[in-house]
Design a protein around this ligand. Sequence first.
Ligand code: V4E
Length: 243
Amino acid sequence: MSVNIEVERKFVLSPELARRLVTVLESETRPFEARRLRSTRFTDVYYDTPATWALTLRDWWLRQRQAQWQLKVPWRDGPRASALDTYRELEQLAELEATLGWCPDTALRDGHIQPFAQIATERDTFQVTYRGHVLRIDLDRADFGYAVGEIEALVQDNEGEHGASKNAPATAVAVSSAEQTIRLFAKEMDIAEPAAAVRGKLAEYIRRFRSEHYAALVRHHILDAGDASPDNQLDLNPDENVL
Ligand code: V4E
């Protein structure tokens, strides 16, 4: 089985940074290849077991994006080591079911899982070829007034095909090389290294609207309990948020 490993770094997306990045990524004179891939709007509904949060408390994130089931699970076990997140993203229903051990549609029908968050996002996506790596840059604005950027590289975990461990050496080297490229690209773009992990849209949604669930995630060291950064709140003037 070949699975994509997502190596990603989030960053606080102020309206100024969004404007600067779009200008650089669309300029003719930048020293690397870049193009705007698409502008999209999508809705995610996240699910977990009621009251016990059995999935999210083990850092598993089950969602329907425009009705398609997706599951993100950590690539490596253990605590988060840096500002870079590394998750395996499963989209094939058979892979999801094999990992979960049950069918999400059946679990939903029988009330074993229920929605706990719904987030609509407007996303501008750019593709950059930098030092031989293809990077995807997402600039996201969520419907609850939160904006975040993400630099992402995909690494193929082909080794699972031969029954090897998911942490096999060749994959580890590819992941570490992708991490290094993301760091260098962020530096070149003048994106500040965050002092603490930048909350994604869902983490921020849970912090704002699901306080009990958030406290449990912090207690289990799945999410950090840092202060919210005021810098990535959307401007109230909608014109400011158009890229
Ligand atoms: C919460 C979470 C995950 C779910 C995905 O969340 P988010 O980044 O909001 O989604 P999105 O739309 O950017 O997904 P994409 O389109 O990139 O697939 S996956 C991992 N986490 C955990 C997590 C964590 N432990 N700590 C922090 C600061 N953020 C997220």
